[in-house]
Structures are given as structure tokens and as C-alpha cells.
Design a protein. Structure first.
Length: 201
């Protein structure tokens, strides 16, 4: 029994004496974990540009060809443009195309959505044109309040103010407010409400 007690004390002594080794092992494991995370990071960003347009779907989503030949599916953050069967959808798409062709496309990716698209702030260089903001200013998109947290607070304020001003001036689809007196079908309807309504039909 005495021998067993001495062995226990010796084992404890060894563990305490090797505390620095244990700490080193913990640090090594943590570093390996962080490095593994870093090695996955490039997979969480879209392939690099320069980009060229290969397909436009509407006024807020499109496909690009990256420098390595990969397809990059993009959804502009913070806006919602008319769906294909809504009034002004063609004009919204044409407006987006003109913006994308006006310079070099840069992406500031935020996340992937459930359709595997990159939700991103899209900017056209060298004039630093915020494409989402421009679409709202032209009256071809709503500020998508449901996903406002995808944007910085400063961008949220800019987008909200741009929509108020476009409404006030009856620009783009907001011209439908007056036109709807003659044709109710031209009245602006938020795309998210349109999607919900038509899904039920």
C-alpha cells in the first residue's frame, strides 16, 4: 500500500512538472485549428475578377464570369427589384445592365443565400458607383428592409433616403403611382409581397 501512495505522488509530480509541455500542446492544437480555418477562408469568398457579365435575371441578380473561368452568382445586397411579371421589370434589368457595363465590377461579399448566390455590395470602378444605391435612386428597386442588417448603418441610411426621394419625384417605377389612376396594374407593389401573393395563387 505504501508503494502505491508513493507512485501516485510521483505521477502527480510529473503532471505538474510537465505543465509547460501540456500548455504547449494546447497552443499547438489551437494554432492548428486556426490554420485549418484560415485554409478554408478562400472558399468563403467568390473567385477573383476581373469579371464579365454572362447573364442578367432582373434588376438585382446576375451571373458573372470570374478571371479563373468560374461562374459567380450574385444578388445585390439591400435591394429588391421588380420580378419578371411585374411592371418596370424590363427597365430595371436594362438599368442594371447599363450600370454593370459602365466600368470594372467589384464585389464586397457578405454571405451566400439559399439559392447559392453571393449576396454582395456591388461597386463599379473607377467612379465607385454603388450599384444597389443607383438602382434605388433611378427608381428601379426598393430598399429591402427585411435584410437591412446586411448593410452598414451608413448604407442603410443612404438607401432609405434614396427610396424616399425617388418616391417623391415619381422616378422609375414610382411613376406607377400616378399611372395607376388610369391602370391599377401599374401601381408599385413590393416584390416580396408580389412573390408571396403569386405563390398562393
Amino acid at each position: 500500500m505504501g508503494f502505491a501512495v508513493r507512485v501516485d505522488h510521483w505521477a502527480i509530480h510529473r503532471l505538474l512538472g510537465n505543465a509547460s509541455v501540456t500548455a504547449a500542446l494546447i497552443v499547438a492544437v489551437l494554432c492548428a485549428t486556426l490554420l485549418a480555418g484560415c485554409s478554408r477562408a478562400p472558399q468563403e469568398t467568390p473567385p477573383a475578377g476581373p469579371y464579365r457579365i454572362i447573364e442578367l435575371f432582373d434588376g438585382d441578380s446576375f451571373n458573372l464570369r470570374a478571371a479563373n473561368g468560374a461562374t459567380v452568382r450574385v444578388r445585390i445586397a439591400g435591394i429588391d427589384a421588380p420580378e419578371k411579371k411585374q411592371p418596370y421589370s424590363v427597365k430595371a434589368k436594362e438599368s442594371l445592365e447599363a450600370l454593370l457595363l459602365s466600368g470594372d465590377i467589384t464585389l464586397d461579399p457578405i454571405k451566400r443565400d439559399r439559392f447559392d448566390r453571393w449576396v454582395a455590395n456591388v461597386v463599379i470602378e473607377p467612379k465607385a458607383i454603388d450599384v444597389g444605391l443607383a438602382q434605388i435612386e433611378r427608381g428601379y428597386a426598393w430598399f429591402f428592409i427585411r435584410y437591412k442588417d446586411d448593410l452598414s448603418e451608413s448604407r442603410q441610411r443612404l438607401y432609405a433616403e434614396a427610396e424616399r426621394e425617388a418616391r417623391r419625384q415619381r422616378i422609375g417605377l414610382w411613376a406607377g403611382i400616378s399611372a395607376s389612376q388610369r391602370n391599377p396594374e401599374l401601381a408599385p407593389e413590393e416584390p416580396w409581397r408580389f412573390r408571396e401573393r403569386t405563390k398562393k395563387q
